[in-house]
Design a protein around this ligand. Structure first.
Ligand SMILES: [Zn+2]
Ligand SMILES: [Zn+2]
Length: 267
């Protein structure tokens, strides 16, 4: 066993690169991303068992000089659990990717995570957990899935990527600002935004204040002024080369003020 590394903080870049490497191997698939073909290729197994505690763990087996990993996922059912089957399955799915993160990032120095996790100093264990989580987050919600402003809404991102709402919120809170900028510089929710088909009433997205607040937060997070065309409803960033006029209908644009004019663009 290789000695434990001395880490002072989580290696976010390394975790993100490992996730990218797996995605490349899978051919950068559309979400929801399934890691099973990757596990199959590596001949690593995924097993479902009652684990009496943890959500999952991974085991390293060295046999005849060959290293094999197995990921165990908990099937323990808690009759008092407030979560529905879908939520539990999504959590299991996230856990599997989290464990894959442990294999790829920490497999070298772990003999058997189930046992040696206890041998790892608490502070280091915390860092390894953060790394595995960041790996899972970047693998299941990679940069390339962010294509339109609605992807900045946690509910929509979660649905698109097959994850629960909490990991989606966390992912968005750490989203690269360049991605946010590129998605919100110029957009029109009412006309150009393609809404996912599972939203029966397209207006629900505008009206539910929670969802609107998410877009509002997304816009505000970039700390740039936004303008709206009163005629066609197009949002503009402040780097509009056409000046204070709409790039489509040449109407003078107005500064968007949040939150007083929260519902401005569809009233
Ligand atoms: Zn873990
Ligand atoms: Zn316009």
């Amino acid at each position: 066993m290789i000695p434990f590394p001395r880490l002072l903080h989580p290696r976010f870049t390394l975790a993100a690169r490992s996730a990218q490497a797996v995605l490349r191997e899978l051919g950068n698939p559309e979400p929801p991303i399934n890691i099973e073909p990757y596990l199959k290729k590596m001949k690593w197994r995924l097993k479902y068992e009652e684990l009496h505690g943890p959500d999952g763990y991974m085991i390293k087996l060295v046999k005849g000089g060959k290293v094999r990993y197995t990921i165990y996922l908990a099937t323990d059912s808690d009759p008092d659990s407030p979560y529905d089957v879908e939520t539990i399955q999504k959590r299991q799915f996230f856990t599997a990717v989290h464990e894959l993160g442990h294999i790829l990032l920490h497999g070298n120095f772990l003999l058997n995570s189930h046992e040696s996790m206890n041998a790892i100093p608490e502070e280091l264990a915390g860092i390894l957990e953060v790394e595995a989580h960041w790996f899972a987050s970047k693998l299941l919600m990679p940069n390339y899935v962010f294509r339109q402003p609605s992807d900045l809404i946690p509910e929509i991102l979660a649905k698109k990527c097959g994850v629960n709402i909490t990991p989606a919120i966390k992912r968005l809170s750490k989203l690269d600002n360049n991605i946010r900028e590129s998605l919100t510089t110029s957009f029109r929710l009412d006309k150009y935004e393609k809404l996912p088909t599972w939203i029966d009433d397209p207006h629900s997205i505008y009206c539910a204040s929670l969802k609107w607040d998410s877009i509002h937060q997304a816009l505000n997070a970039s700390k740039r002024r936004r303008y709206i065309c009163p005629k066609c409803g197009l949002f503009h960033g402040d780097h509009n080369i056409w000046g204070p006029y709409c790039i489509e209908c040449e109407e003078p644009v107005r500064l968007v003020k949040f939150p007083q004019e929260r519902y401005y663009f569809f009233t």
